[in-house]
Design a protein around this ligand. Structure first.
Ligand code: ATP
Ligand code: MG
Length: 727
């Protein structure tokens, strides 16, 4: 078997014997030989083309796992210890090559130049800006976050998001927060919290920075979220809606039709406030009412048609117990979590693009509470402009008109909107109206924060220091399903052996399959960041592992499907020691020894009784001609002589060895061979159960369409073999 992981070395670089790196890379599971490089000897005529041919039609490597049936000796080479005890080390550094640039990196670099998030202080913990204002300058140049919902195990898509968020923070001198988005009490669980933290740490990242832990929970902010909701009600931007769920759905409109206003939309502020407080107190039934943002039922973006921001849920929360009877909706909670943590770049997948207007809307509307110091600074800036004279006032007023779409429905904003309309007809009116316009801005600043966030940007980038959401393409991988619902189905219906089954795309599963943290980081880096939907071929994931392990994994031999070989002219009872390199290209990694004897195990696939002309491995001679010579790797050249069945019906191959051809001896090249096969001694090899895994699905897009996922399961995705591994 040549379970070689990686590209074959070029012939010029390595001695002939080394052309056959063989065995199982430690720290990873063994790859199935014929699916990795084929059986032909690298560098040998015709080998490459056949290798390519063989592989083109088969799935690429099937990594497996080895369980030693006998425990002795297994520590000597650390046999696949990583896969066995699940303790492969996590690198604290990222991939060695500098990260390729992408649009998010460009945005960050640009923000750093513009000072979009400067000045920014950090009190050592999240909160409204009042707590930061007198604290030292934030030591983190940027802040990102990884915000999973603790309702399942993380998968390869999350790994991509983790590597991106933590990687950006690492590369730009920032920090990445680990945050649980635990706003939905029904689906969340401590088991998942622990699993997620373990997975992120194993991937090589952590959230401790200079004695400070940046591990947070959305539920830490429930009180603030509630306070902000009251503020929205008080300023006329949220109302309690008592329509039934059906009525709400029905009045929401469609992609082509606008929605219709709720009959509760214009109820008095005091009434909404009272009802909202009663909701909190548990005085109303689940589903009887919700708090909705008051935005625009006619918006072409359905997310802006008065989205729900709080609902009633009588459920036990894993962090807050039964303290809350109402829970914020994700779309409302998320921007607040980001803002309280002083996140600068909030990176998410593209399906949230249509949510960005609401993300901004929430934050811009709560600026008076969230960013009081900046809010007051904005008022001072407005006074300065007002005092700077007619021309400055007129100019700023006209600038504000460019952001008319930021105006909401309050009386004061309507008044401003009317002015903007008249200035569009006659710009001279702006000078006349300027005093009244500034009076509005200064007296009712809390209504104009969305407008000012844009209009004041020219004087000071991002005046209210708000985080910004950036979307990138989610990772789609062929042959893999990532939907939590479908992964849960696979586990619950026992199509796999649990969340950490090596065929699962979960991080715990990939880890058992033999993937290393470095390989997953490499993969995340290589799959890039863009705005276009892409399908990544599964082989790219496998290649990342090969590239990580090829140079550093010590080799060892396993015979997966053992076939007995007897060398009739080798003296019974005699043994000799064969020395093999730990790594064919890295002599500094040392050597290992295997006893050589008369009775050996070889791979069943390495022998054919009736072989076609292009079969170069062990075969009987044809038409009375002697059999072709084949090398037993690192040992002797042999020729097959006969086949027999033993008493138990097992096939036994007989051969003769050529004593003068021992590897490393002067006669080693005296007989030409076209290939070398691997072997183990019958005496002393360790029996092992080897599990060889293939892809879980036979279809590259198992998720596509609404067809039955289960019909696409690969019936041969797990093969259990009784194998031998070297002593
Ligand atoms: P849910 O349907 O429960 O929301 P989810 O896969 O989005 O499932 P989250 O826990 O919300 O799970 O995800 C945490 C983070 O991981 C989010 O920022 C999300 O955008 C990111 N993420 C999830 N799947 C992928 C993916 N396939 N590629 C890249 N990022 C992903
Ligand atoms: Mg999600």
């Amino acid at each position: 078997m040549r379970a070689k992981v990686g590209t074959p070395p070029s012939r010029a670089e390595v001695p002939p014997e080394s052309l056959h790196p063989h065995g199982v890379p430690l720290g990873a599971s063994p790859a199935h030989p014929s699916h990795v490089t084929g059986k032909a000897q690298a560098g040998e005529p015709g080998a490459t083309s056949r290798r390519v041919r063989q592989n083109r039609h088969k799935h690429l490597p099937r990594f497996g796992e080895v369980r030693l049936l006998a425990s002795r000796h297994c520590s000597r080479h650390g046999y696949n210890r990583a896969a066995m005890d699940n303790k492969s080390r996590s690198p604290k550094t990222g991939p060695t090559k500098p990260a390729a640039t992408n649009f998010i990196r460009n945005i960050i670099a640009d923000d750093l130049v513009r000072g979009t998030y400067e000045p920014r202080n950090w009190a050592g913990k999240p909160g409204v800006y009042d707590i930061h204002v007198n604290a030292p300058a934030d030591p983190a140049k940027i802040r990102t976050r990884f915000p999973p919902e603790p309702n399942g195990y993380l998968h390869i898509g999350h790994a991509k998001s983790i590597c991106l968020n933590f990687g950006l923070a690492r590369d730009f001198g920032g920090r990445c927060h680990m945050r649980f988005d635990d706003t939905n009490p029904v689906k969340e669980d401590q088991e998942f919290v622990d699993g997620i933290l373990g997975a992120v740490r194993w991937l090589g990242f952590d959230w401790e920075h200079g004695g400070e832990s940046n591990l947070y929970h959305a539920s830490d902010y429930f009180e603030q979220m509630y306070r902000f909701a009251e503020h929205l009600i008080e300023t006329g931007y949220a109302y309690v809606d008592e329509q039934s769920a059906d009525a709400m759905r029905e009045t929401r409109g469609t992609l082509t039709e606008p929605g219709r206003n709720s009959p509760f939309r214009d109820r008095p502020i005091e009434e909404s406030l009272r009802l909202f407080r009663e909701m909190r107190a548990g005085r109303h039934a689940e589903g009887s009412m919700i708090l909705r943002a008051k935005i625009d039922m006619g918006s072409p973006n359905i997310n802006m048609r008065d989205p729900a921001i709080y609902r009633i849920r009588f459920a036990e929360h894993h962090m807050t117990g039964d303290a809350w009877k109402i829970y914020p909706m994700y779309a409302y909670a998320h921007p607040i979590e980001d803002a309280l943590e002083n996140i600068t770049h909030s990176i998410c997948t593209l399906e949230f693009e249509d949510q960005r207007p609401f993300y901004d809307w929430v934050l811009e509307r709560i600026v008076p509470l969230l960013r009081r110091p900046q809010f007051e600074a904005a008022q001072r800036a407005l006074e300065e402009i007002r005092n700077a004279g007619t021309e400055a006032k007129r100019e700023f007023a006209l600038r504000c008109r460019n952001f008319g779409d930021k105006l909401g429905a309050s009386r004061y904003e309507r008044r401003a909107e009317a002015m903007f309309a008249s200035w569009s007809r006659n710009p001279d009116l702006a000078a006349q109206d300027a005093d009244e316009f500034f009076k509005l801005l200064l007296e009712y600043t809390e209504c104009f924060t969305p407008l000012l966030q844009s209009a004041l940007d020219e004087r000071k980038a991002n005046p209210f220091l708000l985080p910004h959401q950036h979307e990138f393409n989610r990772l789609n991988l062929t042959y893999v399903v990532m939907s939590k619902r479908k992964l849960i189905q696979l586990v619950e219906e026992k199509h796999v052996d649990g969340w950490d089954d090596p065929r699962m795309p979960t991080i715990v599963g990939l880890r058992r399959r033999g993937y290393t943290p470095t390989s997953l980081q490499l993969f995340a880096e290589r799959t890039g960041v863009s705005k276009s939907t892409q399908w990544i071929d599964y082989s790219l994931l496998e290649q990342a592992l090969r590239d990580d392990l090829e140079a550093r994994a010590p080799r060892a031999t396993a015979v997966l499907k053992p076939l007995k070989l007897v060398l009739d002219n080798y003296p019974a009872g005699q043994t000799e020691t064969v020395t093999l390199p730990m790594h064919p290209q890295h002599p500094e990694m040392g050597t290992r020894t295997i006893p050589f004897a008369r009775e050996l195990w070889i791979e069943a696939d390495d022998f054919m009784e009736q072989a076609p002309a292009d079969y170069f491995r062990l075969a009987l001679g044809k038409d009375g001609a002697p059999a072709q010579p084949v090398r037993l790797r690192y040992a002797y050249v042999i020729r097959a002589t006969s086949v027999e069945k033993d008493a138990a019906g097992n096939v036994v191959v007989h051969a003769e060895y050529l004593p003068e051809t021992k590897s490393g001896s002067p006669g080693q090249n005296s007989v030409k061979t076209k290939t070398a096969i691997h072997w183990l001694p019958v005496q002393g090899s360790i029996p092992a159960e080897v599990r060889v895994f293939d892809r879980l699905f036979t279809d590259p897009h198992p998720d596509a369409g609404e067809g039955d996922l289960l019909r696409l399961l690969n019936p041969n995705s797990k093969q259990v073999l009784k194998a031998f591994v070297e002593p």
